[in-house]
Design a protein around this ligand. Structure first.
Ligand code: TGC
Ligand code: FAD
Length: 405
């Protein structure tokens, strides 16, 4: 899409966004003024800049890269990272609310932000050297640079420990070989956090920079989901990288999995945002659409759907809020995060399906956001640990038995 097309969509009034969020249990009362300010500023940014263009971006399978700087300006990149390193210096509830508002618009937009904040800035901040932090974090926080996170490989998805991407050492350099697949942001990324095995077979994080010889990022085509997000591969063919680009403060699979805790937490809020958007659209449609001489919202079957949607949304809001407080106190466990990600994505998928039915034939068109959310959520339920992997993480927590080995 050209800049002129984007401007014309914004001026056309198409995609006018009158969204108001459901808050049946007055959860706003649990939020601080700062939380509400973050949420409201991201929401008004979404209404102004994203809602007018998102449907067209998804229809055209177009990643609106011009928004990367805007997302930085509005504070969506690493709100939970300290301000001195280019983050927002905010807490985990603010981070969650920002992800909720972005995914209320589109899961692909939230993906761009959660990869940048939780999977690129977070590992550099937590596991990087002071020099790495100073070099990369401010530019990532402002959106001057875009990052991606390479863990998954063609033959190792749910089981990243099987990865074959590896490096050897050569003086002050390492030589990286292998490939990563399904990587959000990859084709446009300036830097990639890549997890690879060192000569002892131990997983380490490496910062790979665009332009390094032998490093390519082919685009993945043909997606029916996350069409406004760009996905690709990371291919390493004898890439020479200075040893100073290795993240020095972590070894082993707990490195990438620690980053995933933060990202999965953000997804639990994000999926809630998608669910709220579907619910609100269905609620409005039920009062506007007449059949048999009355609004369809007057029929008991439609009321049942809306009542059940609102119930699940309210439960998920409380889960997010509580988990956010546990995150703020450093007390959230991986299994608690798995429960929230798994539950909230599932309820969002169910709500999207019910909302689609309530919109009748119109529900399959781009006039309403439902089908786009539905298709996006098919990725969200798979990435950052599939639905079944999170169930098994919970199963292990409950029984003490590891179903993976
Ligand atoms: P296991 O032996 O259990 O653990 C290995 C080491 O890691 C530690 N650990 C964790 N540490 C921090 N947080 C967690 N959540 C952790 N889970 C495990 C563990 O204590 C151990 O440490 P140590 O010191 O003893 O070495 O590992 P396993 O090989 O049995 O695998 C466990 C399993 C299956 C749960 C894990 O591999 C897993 O979560 N698999 C799912 C893979 C996944 O989520 N991939 C996501 C790729 S990134 C992505 O999808 C981004 S999408 C972004 C977007 O667009 O939004
Ligand atoms: P597999 O692991 O092959 O799983 C296939 C099926 O088998 C699943 O249903 C799974 O639940 C099931 N299964 C696997 N193991 C078990 C078991 N032990 N018991 C029971 N069932 C099991 N990855 C990144 O590293 N970075 C990214 O930025 C990124 N972005 C992505 C963007 C998109 C749009 C998508 C679709 C994926 C992205 N991923 C990314 C990859 C994602 O994390 C993986 O797709 C996911 O972890 C699952 O891996 P897989 O696709 O190889 O499926």
């Amino acid at each position: 899409m050209t800049e002129a097309e984007i401007n014309s969509l914004k001026e056309s009034g198409k995609g006018k966004d009158t969204y108001n969020q459901p808050d049946f249990y007055n959860i706003d009362d649990l939020l601080s003024d700062e939380h509400k300010m973050v949420r409201d500023s991201v929401r008004s940014y979404v209404k102004r800049e994203l809602s007018p263009i998102i449907e067209e971006c998804a229809q055209q399978n177009y990643f609106p890269s011009h928004i990367v700087k805007q997302l930085g300006e509005v504070g969506c990149f690493g709100p939970q990272i300290p301000a001195e390193y280019g983050g927002g210096g905010l807490d985990y509830i603010s981070y969650g609310l920002a992800m909720q508002e972005l995914e209320r618009c589109d899961s692909g937009i939230r993906s761009t932000a959660s990869v940048q904040g939780s999977l690129v800035m977070y590992p550099i901040h937590k596991f990087g050297s002071e020099e790495q932090k100073r070099k990369f974090l401010p530019k990532l926080g402002s959106g001057e640079m875009l990052g991606c996170f390479g863990l998954t490989e063609p033959d190792h998805g749910s089981n990243p420990n099987g990865m074959t991407t590896h490096f050897t050492e050569d003086g002050d350099s390492i030589i990286l070989n292998g490939a990563k697949m399904w990587i959000s942001n990859a084709p446009e990324a300036d830097v990639a956090i890549v997890w690879a095995k060192n000569p002892d077979g131990i997983v380490q994080g490496v910062i790979v920079e665009r332009g390094m010889e032998g490093f390519t990022t082919p685009t993945t085509h043909g997606k029916w989901s996350l069409r406004a997000s760009i996905t690709g591969e990371l291919v390493f063919d004898n890439v020479r990288i200075p040893k100073s680009n290795i993240l020095p403060k972590v070894t082993g699979l707990k490195g990438p999995l620690t980053c995933l805790n933060s990202a999965r937490y953000g997804i639990s809020w994000g999926a809630l945002g998608a669910a709220m958007d579907c619910y609100e659209s269905a609620r409005k449609y039920a009062s506007e659409r007449h059949q048999f001489g009355r609004p369809i919202g007057g029929f008991q079957l439609q009321q049942k759907k809306l009542a059940e949607m609102l119930t699940e949304i309210t439960k998920a809001q409380l889960v997010c809020w509580r988990l956010g407080n546990l995150m703020n106190n450093g007390k959230a466990t991986p299994a608690q995060i798995s429960m929230a990600k798994r539950n909230n994505v599932e309820i969002a998928m169910n709500i999207a399906r019910e909302a689609r039915q309530m919109h009748g034939g119109m529900g399959i068109t781009g006039e309403y956001p439902i089908m786009r959310h539905m298709m996006n959520l098919e990725s969200v339920v798979t990435y950052e640990g599939t639905h079944d992997i999170h169930l098994l993480i919970l199963g292990m927590e409950i029984t003490g038995e590891n179903a993976f080995t």
